[in-house]
Write a protein that binds this ligand. Structure first.
Ligand code: CP
Length: 307
């Protein structure tokens, strides 16, 4: 039997997504209980392999595994034998030999989770690999949107900011466009990837004109750690052209939602006043992260899903 993985949102089947959203809704109910724990993964061990920093993804995966009664072991590169020259393959195989039942992998290089899924016969979940993909963040975003706007087909999703460096943008583009949403990217030309012409999106540099035609606005930070700052005249210039302030937020239709995967840079992509608005769902996204990651772990480790 094929070992299930979650490496990308590209090609995810509607049945899988529908079931995942239903499981996440079930786990949201579990998380509202006085004792928010179920025995679904008792006896299993989930290894967190984070080679790159994280707050939301790492902690919510740990909570998700614990809420399912799994054991969690945490690997961090700076305190590991990677610092002595151990390879990624030997590191993954070492955790597999110790009895880990699944690997949750974040790495600054694209393709590392996929490589690990070939090296070990275990479910591997991509927790963010370079600029490539962050599938669980996109599933969280979809779940969060679906709680407010149930029909994704035809939904108008606008993604604004550093598209070039964003794995969140890529995973959301594949997921939402695959479900029939209409995706528009808004960014300076220097922060759009060369391949964008072949993506299922339209692009514009005119944010004000697209806001009235937007149901869901997704904001992205400038990833200075990946060199994005050097592609802009200045942060001030980016904020003036692409930042969401009160004036721009008022251009959105009634009922439009604003998402941000975090971490937010207030006063650059979003003003502090807009960040406090009721239609900004950043807190909901973070809260939903635990339930959605419970659903992912459950489906891959206990659900017999081989898609
Ligand atoms: N959204 C997200 O991936 O956040 P972290 O980098 O804090 O995990």
């Amino acid at each position: 039997m094929t070992v299930p993985t979650l490496l990308s949102t590209s090609g995810l089947k509607q049945d899988f997504v529908d079931r995942l959203l239903a499981e996440a809704a079930n786990f949201t109910e579990v998380l509202s209980r006085p004792i928010p724990v179920v025995p679904a993964l008792r006896g299993t061990t989930v290894a967190m392999m984070f080679f790159e920093n994280s707050t939301r993804t790492r902690i919510s995966f740990e909570l998700a595994a614990r809420r399912l009664s799994a054991e969690v072991v945490s690997f961090t590169a700076p305190t590991s034998s990677v610092t002595k020259g151990e390879s990624l393959r030997d590191t993954a195989e070492t955790l597999a030999h110790m009895g880990a039942n699944a690997l949750v992998v974040r790495h600054a290089a694209a393709g590392v989770p996929e490589a690990m899924s070939r090296w070990v016969n275990l479910p591997v979940i991509n927790a963010g690999d370079g600029r490539h993909e962050h599938p669980t963040q996109a599933l969280i975003d979809l779940f969060t949107v679906s709680r407010h706007i149930p029909k994704v087909s035809g939904l108008r999703l606008t993604i604004v900011g550093d598209i070039e460096n964003s794995r969140v943008a890529r995973s959301n583009i594949w997921l939402f466009s695959g479900l029939g949403a209409q995706v528009t990217l808004v960014a300076p030309g220097t922060l759009l990837p060369a391949a964008v012409d072949s993506w299922p999106v339209r692009t514009t540099g005119d944010l004000d004109s697209i806001l009235p035609e937007t149901d869901v606005l997704m904001l992205l930070r400038i990833q200075r750690e990946r060199g994005a700052g050097a592609r802009l005249p200045s942060m001030r210039e980016f904020q003036m052209r692409f930042g969401i302030d009160e004036r721009r937020a008022a251009l959105l239709p009634d009922g439009a939602l604003i998402l941000h995967p975090g971490p937010m840079n207030r006063d650059i992509e979003i003003s502090p006043a807009v960040a406090r608005r009721d239609n900004v769902l950043v807190g909901e996204q973070v809260a939903n992260g635990v339930a959605v990651r419970m659903a992912v772990l459950y489906m891959l480790l206990a659900g017999g899903d081989d898609d």
